[in-house]
Every structure is written in structure tokens, then in C-alpha cells.
Design a protein around this ligand. Structure first.
Ligand code: 75W
Ligand code: ZN
Length: 261
């Protein structure tokens, strides 16, 4: 079916020349979240999100996705609580999406793909001196995953969408100096959490994943705006930036916990 041919196709995809999982990887991401196999953990705290919109710096097409990067030199934009033992600093957020609405997310829920998935990337600046070091440590990163579904126009996302033509090509950067990413996070507090990895190289097993149960709604034009971006640099033969999601990885010896019953 589409899934296995896609896996093979994807394994050869330039984005992930590396093997489907890193050799010896026991906690790779993304995974399918089987709702009925997730275990309610009453000790999970609510996730506390406090972002300062003025820490926003720029939008950058890095050839995998477009990243909205933040000034992470202080603790002005942080998350704490949830499954986390420390406070984690926001560094960037980005998305993964498909060529069509049938797929695009990295994680799936009961084997269902969403058309896109938002990742808000945070690092443990309490324990590690730099992001680069945190990327190499088991408790170094915390990524909030938010599913996007096709529906109503998303006002907050539109300010981002309006800037995308300016970063059409790989390596393009545009200044983007005020944005509050909490407008992209559903108000429903429910989430799943599990120990995983980065989903693009270096694929390090350093991520505490916090996947929001509720998706946000975006409209077709907004998804199409993502699909207009290019993997390629200005002057190269154009390759549309689509299907920039990694294949599902084996759960192995992991339990997905839920913050809700
Ligand atoms: N700095 N590199 C990365 C950061 C986040 C992710 S992801 N897609 O796992 O959130 C991948 C690579
Ligand atoms: Zn990602």
C-alpha cells in the first residue's frame, strides 16, 4: 500500500539518505500513537507555556522546512511542567507537511495522518550550556507537536503565511520580529508524551515529545502556501518543498503516556 511504497521511496529521499533508523536506535521518532495503548499518568502536570513575542527573530528556509527562530539567550520564552523536570527554552518552530491533504504529519494517531504538523523546539538550558550540547543528551530537548487539520482560516498563522514568499528558496531569511507562537497551540490542555528523537539528521535520541491531542484548523490556501516553498536554492531547478516528513519508526520498548483519561 501507499505506506510501504512511501517508506521505501522515503528511505531513498534525499532528506533522509541515512537509514530509516540510526543503527542501535531504540527511541526513534516519529511514531504512531495508538490511543487505546496510551497510559493515563495522573502525575503528569499541566504544561505551562510562557512565550515573549518580542524574542522572535526571523524566518529561514533551511532546505528541510521553514524555521521561525527565537532569541534563546535568556529565559524569556520557556515551557515548564508537563513531563518535564526542568524549564526548557524556545529555540525555533517549524512544520512538516504533505503534497496533498491525505498525509503530511510525522506522528499519526491510530494510523491517521494529518495534513501537517507543527514542532516547537525547546532545549534544557538549566542543565546544558548550549543548544548544540543539549541536542546530544537524553533530556536535552522538548518538542511540542501540534497537528494541523483542514478547516477554518487561522488568523494567527496568516501573518506567517504572508511572509513565506520571501523565503521561497533554500537559505533565504527574512526578519520577523514579533510573533507569539502560543496562538498556534490549542487551548485544550490534553497531550500525549513519550521519549523520542529528532526526526531529521542528526536524529539524536534527545527529545521529550509532547503531542497535543487536539489539532488546530487551517484553511486550504494556508496549506497551499507551505507547498509553494522550495527545497532548492535560487537558480537551481525548482523542487517543491512537500512531503518533508520522516517515515514512522518502531515503538520498541516504549509506552506513550497521556495527560488525560
Ligand atoms: N536542530 N535540529 C532539529 C530540531 C528539531 C527537529 S524535529 N523535526 O524533530 O522537531 C529536528 C532537527
Ligand atoms: Zn520537526
Amino acid at each position: 500500500g501507499a505506506c510501504c511504497s512511501y517508506r521505501l521511496r522515503d528511505a531513498l529521499h534525499p532528506l533522509w539518505q541515512s537509514p530509516l533508523t540510526i543503527p542501535g536506535g531504540t527511541r526513534q521518532s516519529p511514531i504512531n500513537i495508538q490511543w487505546r495503548d496510551s497510559v493515563y499518568d495522573p502525575f503528569l502536570k499541566p504544561l505551562k507555556i510562557s512565550y515573549d513575542p518580542t524574542t522572535c527573530l526571523h524566518i529561514w528556509n533551511n532546505g528541510y522546512s521553514f524555521l521561525v527562530e527565537f532569541d534563546d539567550s535568556t529565559d524569556r520564552s520557556v515551557i515548564v511542567g508537563g513531563p518535564l523536570e526542568n524549564q526548557y527554552r524556545l529555540k525555533q518552530f517549524h512544520f512538516h507537511w504533505g503534497a496533498i491533504n491525505e498525509w503530511g504529519s510525522e506522528h499519526t494517531v491510530d494510523s491517521k495522518f494529518y495534513p501537517a504538523e507543527l514542532h516547537l523546539v525547546h532545549w534544557n538550558a538549566v542543565v546544558y550550556p548550549t543548544f548544540e550540547e543539549a541536542v546530544m543528551e537524553g533530556n536535552g530537548l522538548a518538542v511540542i507537536g501540534v497537528f494541523l487539520k483542514l478547516g477554518a482560516h487561522h488568523e494567527g498563522l496568516q501573518t506567517l503565511v504572508d511572509a513565506l514568499p520571501a523565503v521561497k528558496h533554500k537559505d533565504a531569511v527574512i526578519e520577523f520580529d514579533v510573533f507569539d507562537p502560543s496562538c498556534l497551540i490549542p487551548s485544550c490542555p490534553d497531550y500525549w508524551t513519550y521519549a523520542g528523537s529528532l526526526t531529521t539528521p542528526p536524529l539524536t535520541e534527545s527529545v521529550t515529545w509532547i503531542i497535543k491531542k487536539k489539532p488546530i484548523e487551517v484553511d486550504e490556501n494556508q496549506l497551499e502556501a507551505f507547498r509553494m516553498l522550495l527545497f532548492t536554492s535560487d537558480g537551481e531547478e525548482e523542487k517543491r518543498m512537500v512531503d518533508n516528513f520522516r517515515p514512522l519508526q518502531p515503538l520498541m520498548n516504549r509506552t506513550v503516556r497521556s495527560s488525560f483519561q
